[in-house]
Write a protein that binds this ligand. Structure first.
Ligand SMILES: Cc1cc2nc3c(=O)[nH]c(=O)nc-3n(C[C@H](O)[C@H](O)[C@H](O)COP(=O)(O)OP(=O)(O)OC[C@H]3O[C@@H](n4cnc5c(N)ncnc54)[C@H](O)[C@@H]3O)c2cc1C
Length: 411
């Protein structure tokens, strides 16, 4: 492993998801000496539907990575199917891309490495010391898998470690407000060989049941990603994630049964939370670690990427000259509750008695359905031709996939 202590790091980024990966890359492009660490071995999967919406594609376009992203073989998504018990509602989308997170995040890390980022996986990080506003550095404890802990310093630390923000566990100044009715996340990947079965390549299907919903989309390999947000009480009562998701699909009258499939599930803790403040002395928090609502409208990755794009200039400015105003300014910006639309929609979804009539109404009123789709996925100038290369040969994975082997939390 790299001898971390021999370097004088400008920036240490904790978490190599999209928020951390992009912040590290953009800072390295500006000449900063950056180390990016992740506790998981890469490539790794995670709880996510893997659908990049047009806002996320716009970020990749702005930072000059869109053409490279298009080479990953992602599936162009331009249709949304909502199953809530009756006939499904089908709405055209302006266009996005479905990719496995293992592929997407590893690719972004690789782009960072090309820009000069040093990347270390299987390294768990914890911000250790209490805040000393006179200090020109922050100290972080790193525990590489199978090795003794070591302490490293950097002029700025970015915490991008997702929902659990575990690297801040020893910091008392950060207070996390977790919504008391928050759902938890579940995900698995399944090999469905019939290409006509829902979801077809190019469609995101959403199945809404009692106490949760499941998103389904095919990724670059043709596998179906199942990503669900469920009430933890419903999860407990169903006796496990597989049965819970099967029940939601049945209630929504989605045709996929999953019977007989041995899927491996990943799980998260509560999804809806808001951390305050979102910065400290020479430290910024970004992405899901700051706040998250719920995945229904598929905006999470776009939020993470956009906040990394906003944060990078603050980091560069802080490396030039640190002022407390940088931390205050970032915290103020993150106080804005994000996802007004997502918040409203997911609130409505909890009232299942409301969902069926609304879906039926939208089916009869296509202008309203299209208006709703435009709110979820605003029109963009991207085209399938640019982003979806001709599909290559299918991967030779087993009929019933059991791809994911690690557990992410609450299961
Ligand atoms: C069920 C579900 C479905 C979703 N579907 C979609 C979708 O289809 N489209 C969409 O846009 N968004 C979706 N999202 C949201 C999306 O997954 C997140 O918003 C996005 O991944 C946030 O990125 P991030 O970089 O902030 O965090 P993450 O992607 O969670 O990355 C955090 C990284 O930090 C690492 N880490 C954690 N702790 C430590 C530590 N102490 N030391 C070192 N490393 C650490 C983790 O291993 C991880 O790699 C979904 C979310 C859920 C729960």
């Amino acid at each position: 492993m790299t001898d971390l202590s021999e370097y004088d790091w400008d920036l240490l980024v904790i978490g190599a998801g999209l928020a951390g990966g992009l912040t590290a890359l953009l800072a390295a492009r500006e000449g900063a000496r950056v180390v990016l660490v992740d506790k998981k071995g890469f490539p790794r999967d995670k709880v996510c539907g893997g659908c990049l919406n047009s806002a996320a594609l716009q970020v990749f376009s702005r930072v000059g990575l869109l053409d490279s992203l298009a080479t990953l073989g992602g599936a162009w998504i331009d249709r949304y199917e909502l199953f809530a018990g009756g006939r499904p509602l089908s709405i055209p989308l302006s266009g996005g891309l479905s990719l496995s997170r293992s592929r997407l995040d590893a690719w972004l890390v690789e782009q960072g490495q090309r820009a000069g980022v040093t990347f270390l996986d299987q390294v768990q990080a914890t911000v250790v010391e209490s805040e000393n506003v006179e200090s020109p550095r922050r100290e972080v404890e790193l525990v590489p898998l199978g090795h003794a802990p070591r302490r490293v310093t950097a002029r700025i630390v970015v915490v991008a470690d997702g929902l659990g923000h575990s690297s801040l566990s020893r910091q008392t100044k950060f207070e996390d407000q977790v919504h008391r009715q928050s759902l938890v996340g579940l995900a698995a990947r399944a090999r469905i060989t019939s290409v006509e079965a829902s979801p077809e390549r190019g469609t995101i299907a959403m199945a809404v049941g009692q106490g949760g919903y499941v998103g389904l989309a095919r990724d670059e390999t043709g596998d179906v990603h199942l990503a669900a947000a469920v009430d933890p009480r419903v999860l407990r009562q169903s006796g496990g994630p597989g049965e819970c998701v099967r029940t939601l699909l049945r209630q929504a009258k989605h045709p996929l049964s999953l019977e007989g499939m041995q899927l491996v599930w990943l799980g998260t803790g509560p999804l809806t939370h808001h951390l305050q403040p979102a910065a400290g002395h020479r430290l910024f928090v970004v992405g899901d670690a700051v706040q998250y609502v719920e995945p229904f409208t598929g905006e999470g990755m776009a939020w993470a990427l956009r906040s990394a794009e906003q944060l990078a200039p603050q980091v560069v400015s802080g490396l030039d000259r640190w002022t407390p105003e940088l931390a205050h300014g970032w915290s103020r910006l993150q106080q804005t509750r994000r996802g007004g639309w997502c918040r409203w929609l997911t609130g409505a979804l909890r009232r299942r008695w409301l969902v069926q009539p609304v879906v039926a109404g939208l089916r009869e009123c296509s202008p309203l359905a299209r208006w709703m789709a435009a709110r979820i996925d605003p029109p963009s100038g991207f085209s399938r031709n640019r982003l979806e290369p001709v599909p290559g040969p299918q991967s030779d994975q087993p009929e019933v996939a059991t791809q994911i082997s690690v557990s992410e939390g609450a299961l």
